[in-house]
Design a protein around this ligand. Sequence first.
Ligand code: AHG
Ligand code: MN
Ligand code: MN
Length: 312
Amino acid sequence: MAEGMNDLTKHVVDLRRHMWLDGVEVELRRLIWQIAVVGKYISARIHESNRKLAGFKNIYGEEQLALDRISDEILKNKLQHSGFVSQYASEERDDIVTIGKGTESYIVTADPLDGSSLVDTNLAIGTIIGIHKKSLFDCGRNSMVAALYITYGPLITMIYSAGKGAHEFVLDREGEYVLSEENIRLKGKGSIFSPGGLRKDWTDNHLKFIDALERDGYKLRYSGGFVPDINQVIIKRGGLFTYPALKESPQGKLRLLFELQPMAFIIEQAGGMATDGKTDILSLEITTVNQRSPIYIGSAAEVKMAGEFLNQ
Ligand code: AHG
Ligand code: MN
Ligand code: MN
């Protein structure tokens, strides 16, 4: 028994140790750790919530849960006292907030609670974080140094990348983030698809693309939460998530800074791709905080296939 325990504990690598072994720069690994800790606080608030809508709207005119605001406040307060963050940009705020002295190394973007409309249904929801070194008003490839997301499901899991692969951790009963999958690599092609938006609003080329996936036998997997839907593609090692351009909203629904750039950073680190149908998400120039973009993200074959259909 004791021997078995030793065998087990020998292989347990927690998040801080993993980042240290991986050579992540000291301030960056402390920052990632602090954000992971915020995930524990947010999950505690989810558990305490009564799953009811608060009845006010966010800056995009969407009905908002109190939990969105609470998560945003917790995150902002923690980052404010971290000493590593000069600016904080959140889906829940109109403007970028200066939270440091201006000399700190990092700028953090957040979708503090993604999939908030699923809270009452008890489906998985998440937190999405981008970490930038330079101005946000550049392309992700120039400014991003790390990204992570936390999934609040039956288990709490976290995937981070600091530019050296994508790694998954599970929050254990002792409150430690324990390594569960190191260097996740997507296959070249998957077998699931997750298409956002209504069929009647899709462009003709997008419709043809989705029809082709269906003909090829791809299985539909769409929960309505970006985090769990992308997480499924990553953990199943392939497939596609898309929220396309719609006839009435050519820029789609999802936001570049808060949702798309962090996920594109992680998927590329896992050997996948993310484009707007043509251009890599990480090559798109950011000009406004709430900029949206269509997205095709997942394993390379499906993302390339989308490009072929959209650009014919
Ligand atoms: P949020 O809860 O942060 O506003 O994000 C909701 C997003 C995203 O999680 C999901 O992929 C998408 O909205 C779902 O949109 P539809 O309800 O239009 O499918
Ligand atoms: Mn979201
Ligand atoms: Mn949100």
